[in-house]
Design a protein around this ligand. Structure first.
Ligand code: PMP
Length: 387
């Protein structure tokens, strides 16, 4: 057989899947591994999709998405985060944030361009960069600095070849959040270098204390920023596959070309549901957010008491627990915990080298399961001390 594309051949499968495959083959496993809300989509949102079928809306939409949805997205970003985007020329509706990540990379990167990623980072970024012919350059983040991006590290990483940086706050996997003050320190460097900033804001609604801040809210760099967001996390709509990409008109036109040829238009029924989500779904978000916060408080308190030092994350539904006191590597910790106590979590190394010594625990699951999982982790640690 002829060889296939070398980049694809050498891509490593996601480090998360391995644990799901192991866990799925076992009985009685509690999974704190998943990256999606345990809540179902609120019914008033789903009902609008059903209605759209009844009304015969079973055709393609405009390439950029329904104008009514783009107007809602524009209202949402303006009212919620104070950033204005033009629904006609600056908004593109995509198949999840996932498509948006790929579109950004394919549209911006020439072969050999460097793209800065934070380490640890979301598992899809580096493959997207590589598939577009780019070279990922990692900036390690530390627990000591709450997994935030520091100006001196950014400055050091930028070279002549840097095309873009991908940031994701609130962060999967660390739960870290950058404040306005944190970003303000980066803005002069970003402006001076002229690099693009791909800001994955998919967890923007899941911030517990203080305000979410987008780098696009700084006028000086607004046109360098490509904002990725979507409906999966905020409205518990992972299965609907709907996201969006906000950028200046010139970039948006180019991004839309790629989307047009690869996707045509995002799913129509999902777009009708999304209009309802933005119009009437804000109270649902508030309810889910409150529940995540209560779970976060419980899980962090329990983990810290067990000696797994965990920064209390200010966003998402993940904690990034430091497991070095166990004496095990991240991978050993996760494999043994699964085999011995039937709790599935993900090693920090699935998100980059700097994740060694950490595990990602998702609390997008019931309080009951969290309590039982904590009891099992505690039992596991006790057996280690007796080894
Ligand atoms: N970005 C991040 C940081 C994520 O965690 C995820 C989902 N796990 C996505 C993007 C993709 O989300 P979706 O395609 O469902 O919108």
């Amino acid at each position: 057989m002829k060889s296939i594309n070398r980049t694809i051949e050498h891509l490593k499968p996601s480090g998360i899947r391995k644990y799901f495959d192991l866990a799925n083959a076992m009985e009685g496993v509690i999974s704190l591994g998943v990256g999606e809300p345990d809540f179902d989509t609120p019914w008033h949102i789903s009902a609008k999709a059903v209605e759209s079928f009844e009304e015969g809306h079973t055709h393609y939409t405009a390439n950029r998405g329904l104008i009514a949805l783009r107007r809602q997205i524009a209202n949402y970003y303006r009212n919620r985060y104070g950033i204005a985007y033009d629904p006609d020329s600056e908004i593109l509706v995509t198949v999840g944030g996932s498509e948006a990540v790929d579109l950004c990379c394919r549209t911006l990167i020439n072969p050999g361009d460097e793209v800065i990623v934070l380490d640890p980072n979301y598992v899809a970024y580096e493959p997207a960069i590589l598939m577009a012919g780019g070279v990922p350059v990692r900036i390690p983040l530390t627990q000591e600095h709450d997994f935030k991006l520091l100006p001196e590290d950014l400055e050091r990483a930028i070279t002549e070849k840097t095309k873009a940086i991908i940031v994701n706050f609130p962060s999967n996997p660390t739960g870290g959040v950058m404040t306005r003050e944190d970003y303000a320190r980066l803005v002069p460097i970003l402006k001076e270098s002229g690099i693009y900033i791909i800001s994955d804001e998919i967890y923007s609604e899941l911030v517990f204390a203080g305000e979410f801040c987008s780098p696009a809210s700084f006028d000086e760099i607004r046109d360098q920023v490509l904002v990725i967001n979507g409906f999966s996390k905020a409205f518990a709509m992972t299965g609907w596959r709907l996201g969006y990409l906000l950028s200046n008109p010139e970039l948006s036109e180019q991004l839309t070309k790629v989307h047009q040829f690869v996707i045509m238009s995002a799913p129509t029924a999902a777009q009708y549901a999304a209009i309802e989500a933005l119009e009437h779904g804000m109270p649902d978000i508030a309810g889910m957010c409150k529940e995540y916060e209560a779970r976060r408080n419980l899980i962090c308190a329990r983990l810290n008491r067990m000696g797994l030092t965990t920064n209390v994350p200010n966003g998402t539904f993940y904690v990034f627990a430091n497991i070095t006191s166990s004496g095990l590597s991240s991978d050993e910790f996760c494999v043994r915990l699964l085999e011995e106590q039937k709790v599935a979590i993900v090693p920090g190394t699935a998100f980059g080298e700097s994740g060694e010594g950490f595990v990602r625990i998702s609390y997008a699951t019931s309080m009951e399961d969290i309590k039982e999982a904590c009891a099992r982790i505690d039992a596991f640690l006790k057996t280690l001390h007796n080894d």
